[in-house]
Design a protein around this ligand. Sequence first.
Ligand code: ZN
Length: 329
Amino acid sequence: MTGRYTEHDHEHYERPRRHTRPRTKERPTYDDARDGTVMTVDRGRFTLLVDGVTVTAMKARPLGRKGVVVGDRVRVVGDVSGTEGSLARIVEVSERTTVLRRTADDDDPVERVVVANADQLVVVTALADPEPRPRLIDRALVAAYDAKMRPLLCLTKSDLADPETLLSTYRSLGVPWVVTRKGGDLAELQGALQGRTSVLVGHSGVGKSTLVNALVPHAHREIGHVNAVTGRGRHTSTSALMLALPDGAGWIIDTPGIRSFGLAHVQPEDLIEAFPDLDEMTEDCPRGCTHGADEPECGLDEAVLRGEADPVRVESFRRLLAARSAPEY
Ligand code: ZN
């Protein structure tokens, strides 16, 4: 870097506001803070997008142990020029609209927020090679419903198998779905991503990386840029990474590190809220009813008997309920 003043420095020196503003003894107000969004997190360094500029930042001390995750909308002060070696400070984290959580495993009730403010969870599953793993899909759906996110099944490799078998398992739940195939048109998927912030999850071999690269043609370059900014070598594969879809069509968040969702924190009432028609039928359930198949007086069973509830839908809901504590394979 040269020693000349950058435009940013110049602007900074000509603005006397910082010095004339009365200082409060309370916590600072950060009037000059800028808005940013967290794109990725790498060993305590945050890559933010601030007015279209990629900025590296750290957490300011007042935030303490408060977590900052991908998707968080933050207020940032300090050097937001984005030049190499610059470091800004995150001073505030805005209230989150959604939180996608996981627990380390089902025996560990400690919640970990993985992504904030996303509105859709895209479960990428191959129809064959590797075979679909319905238990894992169920668990991802539970995580989505718990997070108040819209689930979307993205079924890849439709040239290898008919999606109908798998879809029959999810149709009664009303889970939206799209199908892709090798070298095929992505218009349907792009339509489902339009205007949303979507988290993509999926196991290795299902074609998630291929999709990300097809959706964001410069994904590799962007990731390379992130590395250049952090100056810390390769992007660690465990962190989520937020990428802009071309033409302002929305955002996707790739999650290379998420292999599974621990669901120990999900309560039956969190899950059933995602199905208002079923929720309504549980109003007269005994106190503490989990609405599971082994509950003696569950309103869902009564609704099925009265012909008011679709038995397949109730059964599917109960499968998701059971997925909270079932093994992951
Ligand atoms: Zn019940």
